[in-house]
Each structure stands twice: as C-alpha cells, then as structure tokens.
Design a protein around this ligand. Structure first.
Ligand SMILES: [Zn+2]
Length: 287
C-alpha cells in the first residue's frame, strides 16, 4: 500500500455520496437520449412533459425522488412518465458507485464515470433509433485518447486487484505512452469490429452492422485499450447471440430481426471495464 500514498480508501459512504453525481448526470443523459436523435438542443428549452408540453418545475425534476413523489405521473396532465427516466438515473448512480468502489476517488474513477455516461447514451439511442450519433462517438474517441494518462495502469491494476481480492503480480507493465496505447486501442477496436461485420456479411449475406458500431468501438478502445476492446466485442457478440436465439426460439421472431448491436456492445464495454482485467489475468494464467 505504501506505493500508493495518494489513494484514499473509499468506503461505501463516500462512494454513495459520489453516486449522487451519477443520479444528476443520469437526468442529463435522459435529455440527451431523447433529444439528440431528434436534433433538438439539449440545453434549451428546459424539460417539459412530452404529452402535454407543460414545463417541468425544478422541484419536479429531482432525479429519482420526483418520479417516486409524483408516482410516475405528470403533475399537469396525469399522463404516465416513462419508467425509463428513473431507471437511467438509477443506472448512472449505480455505475458511479461501482466506479468509486473500484478505483476510489482517483482520476480513473472520474474518467470511467464519463465513459459509462457516454455508453448509456449510445446504448439507448441505438436501442430506440438504431443509430449511434457521431456527436458522441467521435468526440468520445478524442476524449478517451486525451484523458488516457489519467487511466493510470498502476492504479488500475491496484484497484482491480482489490476488487477481486487477488494480488496481481507486477509482470508486464504497460510500457507504452498512454496516448499511444489509447490510440492503438481505438484502431484495434474499430478494425476488429469491421472484420467482424465483414465476416457476418459473408456468412449471412447481408449487412450486420454499420459504421456507427465501428466508431463506437474506436471510442471503447480509446478508453479501455485494445485488450478490453476485443473482450467488449466478444462479450457484446455473445450476449447479442443469446438474445437473438431467445427471440427466435421463444418469441417467434424471424432470423432477419435486426438487433441494436450498439446496445450489446455497450453492455460488453461495461462488463469489460469492471471485470476485464481480472478476467484476462485469470485467462492467461489458466490457459
Ligand atoms: Zn403532462
């Protein structure tokens, strides 16, 4: 522990306090998910009920709390408020809590919180509209590269070690400059998903994924590095296949049903973020 004098050991209470920022961010993510695909401004006008158009009062706009107090109904028209809103806020809150527990209140926590925020927006916009807007993926890739020095691999390993209570040996330190490693991650992520799409096209004889998925994976690679980018594609494809098989088998959907691959990649990215490093370590030691 002496090697990390700046690390503050975050117990559950400070992590819970940090998760409040996640709830607030989640509220803004809802605005982005709803408005960006409709090409509306995310700052103006303020929140309003999509049914009756009445502006949401500030005291009705408290993440999670307002939904519960209003019992999921608009104060003016009594129309139902989508359960999606509190769920997104809650997810962001839980994600922030998990980051704070995994990396303490250190730079990787803040970088990864931002990353998860981007992933939530992309996953849900892809689910709703089958698009992954450039306005998130391209700046996201750039931000991932620029912030990569704050993803201190030493801190990262330390946190991962703590998370699974195994001591990781100090072998194979990341010797590359963070920016180079991050750029490599972006290139590998994008290239590998392109290859996956190409193979899919040969096997299924139709286009399986779009350029949005490629740019999203560039972003994931920029934030997580090339190893976790590959794991993301693997986990995303696997979960997508399971859901696809389930839909065909039990819901009678046809083989042509188009699944939002970005949503599955998003799930894969979050799984890889929290469990990827210990998994790769376990895998390379076992196999
Ligand atoms: Zn209303």
């Amino acid at each position: 522990m002496d090697d990390y004098p700046t690390v503050i050991t975050v117990m559950w209470l400070p992590a819970l306090a940090y998760s409040l920022f996640g709830l607030i961010l989640g509220s803004f993510l809802n605005v982005c998910i709803h408005r960006v695909p409709r090409r509306e401004s995310v700052v103006w006008p303020g929140s309003h009920c999509p049914r009756c158009g009445v502006a949401v009062r500030p005291y009705d706009n408290i993440p999670l709390v307002s939904y519960l107090l209003l019992k999921g109904k608009c104060r003016s028209c009594k129309g139902p408020i989508s359960l999606r809103y509190p769920l997104v806020e809650l997810s962001a809150g839980i994600a922030f809590y998990a980051c704070a527990r995994a990396w303490q209140l250190t730079p990787p926590t803040f970088v990864n919180s931002l990353f998860i925020g981007l992933i939530i927006v992309l996953a849900l916009i892809d689910y709703d509209h089958q698009i992954l807007p450039n306005v998130f993926t391209l700046p996201g890739t750039l931000i991932g590269i620029l912030l990569s020095p704050f993803q201190d691999p030493a801190l990262y390993r330390e946190a991962a070690a703590r998370a699974v209570a195994v001591s990781l040996s100090p072998e194979s330190p990341e010797t590359m400059l963070p920016w180079v490693a991050s750029l490599l991650g972006a290139i590998v992520g994008a290239a590998f998903i392109l290859l996956t799409g190409f193979l899919y096209q040969i096997v299924r004889k139709r286009q399986g994924l779009g350029m949005g998925d490629v740019k999203m994976m560039a972003m994931v690679g920029a934030f997580l590095g090339w190893r976790l980018a590959l794991l993301t594609i693997f986990a995303g494809s696997l979960s997508g296949s399971f859901v696809g098989i389930f839909l065909i088998r039990f819901r009678g959907e046809s083989l042509q049903t188009k699944l939002p691959f970005g949503t599955f990649l998003g799930c894969g990215a979050v799984i890889s973020l929290f469990f990827g490093v210990p998994f790769i370590h376990w895998y390379t030691r076992t196999v």
